[in-house]
Each structure stands twice: as structure tokens, then as C-alpha cells.
Ligand binder design. Structure first.
Ligand code: FAD
Length: 441
């Protein structure tokens, strides 16, 4: 079952040309196109299925600075301002609000890790409050339990994944950008050594700049161009339950479970860091680069099943440009949730917040979280392919940093002054020698 998602009407026939073509209508693609349109650049966005229907509507909705990697922190901080600015300037509702995020723990090592992060974050001007055992019990009073400690990040917040990407796409259309659903990009045309067009199922869009914001499909698309982009996906299961009478925290996480209030009063429940790794040929191909990450997370990650192969997003096949591609066969990547995991999440949520006992399950779903080997996205023009900008591998953090990332990508695509230093995100960092034409293996 897919989670709720607002729908917008668009035409599936793209224009003959655009200054920039954005491939993929998740939160990254829509914000990129929005910031391009805002500065007067003609932009066409093509989405193989529905705007926001993959990761961008399947996530928890957390927009956080808390516990961010140093490379992403400036982008996370700026994104929070941009979420607010977007609502004010567009009049569209993404459900964003700075409700603060509450972390509760009984693990001293975890609490001291948060304290170290707080000290580092202070140097970046980010305020986060460590909670003593008494303060954690007070803030987390709905749990009715004692806690060793916690942390509260007051300036962080949540947006509504069912609303956000469609809201940004609607604003983009108002600015004159064109958006095309059910329109897959099959490949890239090159002329004189640089991008000259994007080949879609509905014809070619002539352009000098293509942005690939294709989420979990990015690596297989890159492969068609001879570009090696190490990417792996983890399938996380999640559910939502009906509103309850008691007011619970808007966003709370413990080692056992996370609970997030949606704007319609439902609660989304999940387990942080948990998931299934579904074996695919692509997973085997990049396994050596991902082993350190999987080894670090082995407690929460379990081998999966055939969902990765069923999805087709990690295919190693080369496809033809004049015939339907795997992206047209699977318009929306909608993997099956792990049902024992769903039951476990619900049980743990009721243990954490007994008031949820009365809540009914409204939706269960799963999403493939696309990651890079170092857990930070790849953003930038791919060396050797002028005009082709990669923006993928958001590693479970892309929703909250969507506005900042989209702004940066729009800066790079239009030759503007970058809002942040793009160096930490350069795609070629994964392996200098790995880029360029792929050798057979
Ligand atoms: C269960 C779960 C929980 C998460 N929780 C959080 C959270 O709390 N906070 C947070 O910040 N992040 C979270 N994330 C991560 C976040 O959702 C992603 O990082 C973010 O949505 C990525 O956005 P995207 O636009 O790159 O990808 P997507 O949203 O996956 O969008 C990519 C789009 O590209 C389209 N596409 C692909 N190939 C083509 C093509 N060739 N032609 C046309 N269209 C194409 C796809 O159809 C898709 O719509 C979570 C993710 C999951 C799954």
C-alpha cells in the first residue's frame, strides 16, 4: 500500500527544448526546478510516475540538523529557513513546522555521543539542548517512563511527505516551469562532447544541462552513460496509525521506535536505522564499497528477499532508447513492507506511548532508501560528461535538506554563486579512479 500523497495535474508531453531538464520529481528534483524557475531559467521536469511517489512521500518527514554529518550541517540549517521561506513566498502548504525533535535514551554511550555532537554543533551556531534524566522524563512525560537522558533540538521540525513535493511542483508550475508526469527519461543525447538533449519516452527535449535527481534509479541510469555511481538501497518498513485523543509529542525517537505526527493528526511509526537489504546484481557490484557501512549497521539491517529484483531499479541491463525501459515498467517503486517488522514497530510504539493502543493502522508501506558509501549525497557535474549533473544518494536525509540541496543544484546548473561549498558532495570523491568509462566486470 502506498502512503497518502497529494496529486497534481500535469501534461505528459514535454517541450521541445529547455535550458535545464530535471529528471525525477522527488523532493530534490522539484526544489531544483523551483529554484531554477525562480531565477528565470526555463526548466522542464520529467517524472516517470507521480510527483513525490517514491522516497519523498514514504519518509518520516524529519527536517533535522540534530546529529548531522559536518559536511551536511550547513545545508541542513539553511534548509530549515528555506522550508519557511518557500511557504511564505509560494503560499503552498508543505506541512513544515519547527516542532522540535525529541530524542530519549537509556544508553549512556548514546547520550555522550549526543553531547559531543552538541559541542561540535555549537561551533556551527546550532543550538541543541541536552536533557538530564529529570528533563527527559518531563519532555517525554507521555511515555510515562524514566530515561537516563535525552536531547531536544528546538529549531528542527517536520514537513508532511504527502504534501511537500506536490506543493513545490505546483509552485514551480506557477512560476512557468513545466512538469511532466508519466514521462520517463530514457537517456541523454551528446553532441560535441557535451549534453545536447534528454531522450524521454515522449520525445527529445533539447538542452545543454540535464540534472539526474532519480533517487534509487540513479546508478542504473548512469550506467547507460558509462558512469560508475556506487549506490545501494535499504528497504525500510513504516506504518501510520489514526489520530488519538491524547496529544503526543510531534516527533520523538528512542532506540526502539520513532513516532511522528502528520498534519492530519495521524502518526507515522518506524524504527531508526532498521531495514532489509534485498540482494541485486548492483548490490553485489558495489558490495566492497558498502561493506563498511553495512558492518556498522549490522544490528539493524537484515537480508531481504526479491523486492529489489522486482523493483528493477538496480538492474545492470543496458536498455534501448527507442523502446520501453525498466522505468516505464515500474512507474512507482512500491516495495512490500516487511510484515513481522510492521508488527514489531507497532508493538514498540505502544510500549513507548501507551496512548497509541487505541490507534488503528491506516497505512503500511516501505521505501527504498538510496545511499552512497559514505552516507552523503553525490551532487555535481560528472567529470567527462559536461552538462550532466548528478544529484542522488541522499542516504536517508534528503527530505529535510531538499530545499538547500535543490538550491545548490540550481546554482550549479545555472552558473550561479553556490549557496554552500559544493566540494564535500562532489560525485568523483567515491573513487577518483572509478570514474570515467566503466570497464566490463
Ligand atoms: C522510510 C524512509 C524514511 C525516511 N525518513 C527521512 C526523514 O525523516 N528525513 C529525511 O530528511 N529523509 C528521510 N528519508 C530519505 C528521503 O526520503 C530521501 O533522501 C529523499 O526523499 C530523496 O529524494 P529524491 O528526490 O532524491 O528521491 P525520490 O523521492 O526517490 O525521487 C526520485 C524520483 O525520480 C523518478 N525517476 C527516476 N528515474 C527517472 C527517469 N529516468 N525518468 C523520470 N523520472 C525518474 C522516480 O520516479 C522518483 O519519483 C527517508 C526515506 C525513507 C524511504
Amino acid at each position: 500500500m502506498s502512503p497518502p500523497l497529494n496529486h497534481i495535474n500535469t501534461s505528459s508531453k514535454p517541450p521541445a527544448s529547455a535550458e535545464v531538464v530535471v529528471i525525477g520529481g522527488g523532493i530534490i528534483g522539484v526544489f531544483t526546478a523551483y529554484y531554477l524557475a525562480k531565477r528565470g531559467v526555463s526548466v522542464a521536469l520529467v517524472e516517470k510516475g507521480r510527483i513525490g511517489a517514491e522516497q519523498s512521500s514514504r519518509n518520516w518527514g524529519w527536517c533535522r540538523q540534530q546529529n548531522r554529518d559536518a559536511r551536511e550541517l550547513p545545508m541542513a540549517t539553511k534548509s530549515l529557513d528555506l522550508w519557511e521561506q518557500f511557504a511564505a513566498e509560494s503560499g503552498e502548504d508543505t506541512g513544515f513546522h519547527r516542532c522540535g525533535l525529541l530524542y530519549l535514551s537509556n544508553d549512556e554511550a548514546e547520550i555522550s555521543g549526543w553531547a559531543s555532537w552538541r559541542d561540535f554543533a555549537k561551533t556551527a551556531g546550532v543550538t541543541t539542548h541536552m536533557l538530564s534524566s529529570r528533563e527527559a522524563a518531563e519532555r517525554g512525560h507521555a511515555t510515562g517512563r524514566a530515561w537516563k537522558g535525552g536531547v531536544f533540538s528546538p529549531s528542527d521540525g517536520t514537513a508532511d511527505p504527502g504534501k511537500a513535493a506536490p506543493a513545490v511542483a505546483a509552485a514551480l508550475i506557477k512560476l512557468g516551469g513545466s512538469v511532466h508526469q508519466n514521462c520517463a527519461a530514457r537517456g541523454i543525447e551528446m553532441e560535441g562532447g557535451r549534453v545536447s538533449g534528454v531522450i524521454t519516452e515522449a520525445g527529445v527535449i533539447k538542452t545543454k544541462t540535464a540534472v539526474l535527481a532519480g533517487g534509487a534509479w540513479a546508478s542504473s541510469f548512469c550506467r547507460q552513460l558509462g558512469i560508475r555511481f556506487p549506490q545501494a538501497t535499504v528497504r525500510q518498513s513504516i506504518l501510520s496509525v489514526s489520530p488519538v485523543e491524547h496529544r503526543l509529542p510531534d516527533a520523538v525517537v528512542s532506540a526502539g521506535v520513532s513516532v511522528t505526527r502528520r498534519s492530519d493528526g495521524r502518526y507515522a511509526l518506524a524504527i531508526s536505522g532498521s531495514g532489509n537489504v534485498d540482494p541485486t546484481a548492483q548490490l553485489l557490484r558495489f558490495a566492497p564499497q558498502f561493506l563498511p557501512m553495512f558492518a556498522k549497521r549490522w544490528r539493524n539491517i537484515r537480508p531481504g528477499g526479491l523486492e529489489g529484483i522486482r523493483g528493477g531499479h538496480e538492474t545492470l541491463a543496458r536498455w534501448r532508447l527507442d523502446a520501453p525501459t525498466p522505468m516505464e515498467r515500474v512507474r512507482i517503486l512500491d516495495p512490500r513492507p516487511n510484515l513481522p517488522m510492521i508488527r514489531k514497530i507497532q508493538r514498540r510504539a505502544v510500549e513507548l506511548l501507551p496512548q497509541l493502543r487505541e490507534a488503528k493502522i491506516t497505512h503500511t508501506w516501505a521505501g527504498f532508501i538510496d545511499s552512497t558509501p559514505d552516507g552523503v549525497p553525490g551532487i555535481g557535474e560528472v567529470p567527462g560528461v559536461p552538462g550532466f549533473i548528478l544529484a542522488a544518494g541522499f542516504s536517508g536525509h534528503g527530505f529535510g535538506i531538499g530545499p538547500g540541496a535543490g538550491h545548490l543544484i540550481a546554482d550549479l546548473a545555472s552558473g550561479g554563486e553556490p549557496l554552500f561549498d559544493p566540494a564535500p558532495f562532489r560525485p568523483e570523491r567515491f573513487s577518483a579512479s572509478a570514474w570515467g568509462k566503466v570497464a566490463d566486470f
